[in-house]
Design a protein around this ligand. Structure first.
Ligand SMILES: [Mg+2]
Length: 235
């Protein structure tokens, strides 16, 4: 009989690739800019794509306007709106669906996800995973101060699932914020650290930010849960 009762997931870069969301947003921005700024859609997208591949994660749209000789910084807010409000074309990792199918007969399934509420809701509806989930918490609905690593969104998901923290596992990718709040409550934690992971190599700020287990892919989740079941006393 399982001791663990609930498996709770992070969203971005855990159940789908956040890069796909970013590129989908860039496509929406490039389409808008071709109509409104006279930048060719194909070229506009190619430039955004190369900025992303070069590791640019801040002020992307400012840089992009500069590259295109457009000196209208007031447009950046508009581009950000288009990016955040577009209907994303994203899909879950294939192993996400296989895993959820395998887990859902035996465990309650939950989500705790950070990010702007509207953006996360659009991603969530595009991914089509909702039927697998018994509780979904977007931390932004509790206010910006309750984004991870706050314990608040974890508390809420556990309340909704009616599960004691010590019988639950949180699976995420980012050691800066995913595991601290969960561990504070007594949940188990697993980091999925893909080779192409954007945040996986960030240094956890302290020991209590570290996951109990680290795996390379969601494929290893079932084995990890077995390990946690067998060795609960070790943690
Ligand atoms: Mg994440």
């Amino acid at each position: 009989m399982n001791k663990l009762k609930a498996i709770i997931f992070d969203l971005d870069d855990t159940l789908y690739s956040e890069r796909d969301f970013v590129l989908s947003g860039f496509k929406a921005v490039a389409a808008w800019a071709s109509l409104n700024l006279g930048i060719s859609e194909e070229k506009g997208y190619a430039t955004l794509f190369s900025l992303y591949n070069a590791g640019i994660r801040n002020n992307t749209f400012d840089r992009w306007l500069t590259i295109n000789d457009i000196n209208r910084p007031e447009i950046v807010a508009e581009l950000l709106d288009i990016y955040r409000q577009h209907l994303p074309k994203i899909s879950p990792f294939s192993e996400s669906i296989e895993l959820l199918q395998a887990l859902s007969p035996s465990y309650k399934i939950g989500l705790v996800s950070d990010g702007y509420l509207e953006v996360q809701q659009k991603k969530w509806s595009a991914l089509g995973l909702d039927d697998f989930f018994d509780a979904v918490v977007f931390s932004d609905s509790l206010g910006r101060e309750n984004w991870k690593p706050s314990t608040a969104p974890f508390q809420l998901v556990l309340e909704q699932l009616k599960i004691d923290p010590k019988f639950s596992v949180y699976i995420g990718d980012n050691p800066r914020k995913d595991f601290f709040g969960a561990r504070q409550l007594g949940m188990y934690t697993i980091q999925v650290k893909r080779t192409e992971s954007e945040y996986g190599n960030l240094q956890p700020p302290g020991l209590d930010y570290c996951p109990h287990l680290t795996i390379d892919s969601l494929v290893e989740v079932l084995t990890s849960i077995d390990k946690l079941e067998q060795h609960q006393a070790l943690f």
